[in-house]
Design a protein. Structure first.
Length: 185
């Protein structure tokens, strides 16, 4: 019985951890990455930084909402299938509640100048929250002056030429595989 109570306690902690992340992050899934990393890797130590990066990569390439993908993969890795479900519910519930509240009161406040100014002030912070994980990921992925051209070329191909990120990922994976084979021989 003690094992079940301990597992339930861990799942409750997981739910509230993800609910806190979901409640206090503006800007969507990518803005959650630094907060998730700090909570999951640094504070709770449910995952190593490398495991977190692996999950980040998988979550980006998995169909669906990024935040839900991250929470479900992290929860599953840390506490199994039930952990994945609990993580997903925790990260989604605050957003659902906020969206319902906004929908209920939006008509009354949509033309309010103060609300408009609040959103204007939030935008730059959201950009910073989305940019911050890029530097953290670059460190973990061991991006150096020698290989920094790879993400730059990928960004240019996606934004300037409209090439699908799927093709970039496939070509980069294949090139990395070939490079690894050539380097070993």
């Amino acid at each position: 019985m003690g094992g079940t109570a301990g597992m339930n306690s861990e799942l409750i902690k997981m739910f509230f951890t993800f609910a806190k992340i979901g409640a206090f992050t503006l800007g969507g899934g990518y803005a959650m990455v630094p907060i998730m990393e700090k909570e999951i890797v640094d504070r709770k130590q449910w995952l190593t930084r490398e495991e977190f990066m692996d999950i980040l990569i998988v979550a980006q390439s998995t169909p669906g909402l990024f935040a839900i993908n991250m929470a479900s993969h992290i929860g599953n890795k840390a506490r199994g299938v039930l952990g994945g479900i609990i993580g997903s519910l925790g990260v989604a519930l605050p957003s659902i509640v906020v969206i319902l509240l906004i929908a209920m009161f939006f008509q009354a406040f949509k033309d309010n100048i103060y609300i408009e100014k609040i959103f204007m002030g939030i935008r730059p912070a959201v950009v910073a929250l989305i940019a911050a994980p890029c530097f953290s990921m670059a460190r973990t992925a061991k991006i150096t002056l020698y290989n920094v051209w790879i993400p730059i070329v990928a960004c240019v191909l996606i934004t300037a030429f409209g090439i699908s990120p799927i093709w970039i990922i496939l070509v980069a994976g294949l090139a990395g595989f070939v490079w690894g084979k050539v380097k070993r021989s």
